[in-house]
Design a protein. Structure first.
Ligand SMILES: Cc1ncc(COP(=O)(O)O)c(C=O)c1O
Length: 394
């Protein structure tokens, strides 16, 4: 490269890549090179997309629905999303001005943070939290501020931690229940507390509800957007990747107050124009179709969760709580004597098992690793067996 031309902008140079995507890519490369890799790193359902959704996309393609759509999305999809938010989450958003469809929920997060944050704005993230929140905040010039939150956190601790973390520069909180990586599903009281604090401190709340359908043991994910006083300050991000096993289709959305949605739409118009046309038709079929396939997948995930967690807990040095939602086990591996980064590196080298180090999810992830049980039963069994062998050989 010619001198000086290879330097990227500082804000990008300083950004870490996505640890989960890079581990998935590494596992794929090793597999392609003939290594018998067990890849438990990514959050990609092993189930196929439901046939009626695939058929809707094929019908759209065959009918020539292959051109640009309105930037925010096709009216019937925006309407279907508004209906879902109103009936399932109690959150009212105008499909004509308050909902935008993106190629993936990740893109919605990126555009939301670009739209909302001025340099130096502080954003509260609950720790541990998904790998892309902090980088998106930083790319927009904002500062992530971590608030520890786990199953042991009491309501009063949560309140105190929030109050201590809030400063005059705090603009936004990002809440994600069920949580990636811990699987924690926030209780009604916890969500209400966050809503109360947001109102008192006049903060915006971004609620990432991508795992809302993946809850176990009779739990229900509470949407903060449906609570009193939260209209006008809540944005909801969701998508079809996890609920409908549609990761590769790239379809996510945001629902936001009209003025913020209008501003976000400008970035979307200039960066992407619109989500893929025929994928939007498929999304209508997914949202309006029967829920039994999602329920079936959740039932299978629950069985896998129970088995994997008990397998992990039978390995000396590993302790794993039962995740309440999503499809990740997040065991503490500190008892093995290895730091989480060493654990993941050496596990991949010695036993060709790919898992994600906990530190990727924030300071509270130290000493943990994340394993996805969105994988076939035999793969999970093989993974657990190899981890057992790896730990016993340490
Ligand atoms: C918490 C969370 N939000 C959003 C996403 C992004 O989903 P999408 O595939 O729609 O971009 C993920 C994907 O892993 C996630 O874990």
């Amino acid at each position: 490269m010619i001198e000086n031309l290879s330097a990227a902008a500082d804000r990008v140079k300083n950004l870490a890549g996505s640890p989960t995507v890079s581990i998935m890519d590494k596992a794929r490369r090793l597999k392609a090179a003939g290594m018998p890799v067990v890849d438990l790193s990514g959050g990609d359902p092993d189930f196929p997309t439901a046939p009626h959704v695939v058929e809707a996309a094929m019908a759209a393609l065959k009918s020539g629905f292959t051109h640009y759509t309105p930037s925010a999305g096709i009216p019937e999809l925006l309407q279907a999303i508004a209906h879902k938010l109103a009936t399932e989450n109690g959150a009212k958003f105008d499909p004509k001005s308050e909902i935008i469809v993106f190629p993936g929920a990740k893109q919605a997060l990126y555009i939301a943070t670009q739209t909302l944050l001025n340099p130096g704005d502080e954003v509260l993230l609950f720790d541990p939290s998904w790998v892309s929140y902090a980088p998106c905040v930083q790319l927009a010039g904002g500062l992530p501020v971590y608030v520890k939150m786990d199953l042991q956190t009491s309501l009063s601790e949560l309140k105190t931690r929030l109050e201590e973390a809030i400063t005059p520069r705090t603009r936004l909180m990002i809440i994600n229940s069920p949580n990636n990586p811990s699987g924690q599903v926030w209780t009604q009281e916890q969500v209400e507390l966050v809503a109360e604090v947001a109102q008192q401190a006049n903060l915006l709340v971004l609620s990432d509800e991508i795992y809302e359908t993946l809850v176990y043991d009779g739990r229900k994910a509470v949407s903060i957007g449906g609570l009193p006083g939260m209209a006008g300050r809540t944005m909801i991000i969701n998508g079809l990747s996890k609920s409908h096993a549609m990761t590769g289709w790239r379809l996510g959305y945001i629902a936001a107050p009209a003025e913020l949605a209008r501003q976000m739409l400008k970035i979307h118009q200039h960066s992407t124009t619109c989500a893929a046309s025929f994928v939007q038709k498929a999304a209508v079929a997914a949202l309006e179709g029967p829920r039994d396939y999602t329920d079936y997948m959740v039932g299978r995930y629950r069985l896998r969760r129970d088995k994997l967690v008990s397998q992990l807990n039978s390995i000396p040095g590993i302790k794993c709580e039962l995740p309440q939602g999503a499809f990740y086990a997040f065991p503490n591996i500190a008892g093995t004597g290895l730091a989480d980064l060493d654990f993941t590196d050496r596990l991949l080298e010695a036993e060709a098992v790919a898992v994600t180090p906990g530190v990727a999810f924030g300071p509270a992830g130290k000493g943990y690793v994340r394993l996805s049980f969105a994988n076939a039963d035999e793969i999970l069994d093989e993974g657990a067996e190899r981890i057992r062998r790896f730990v016993s050989n340490l």
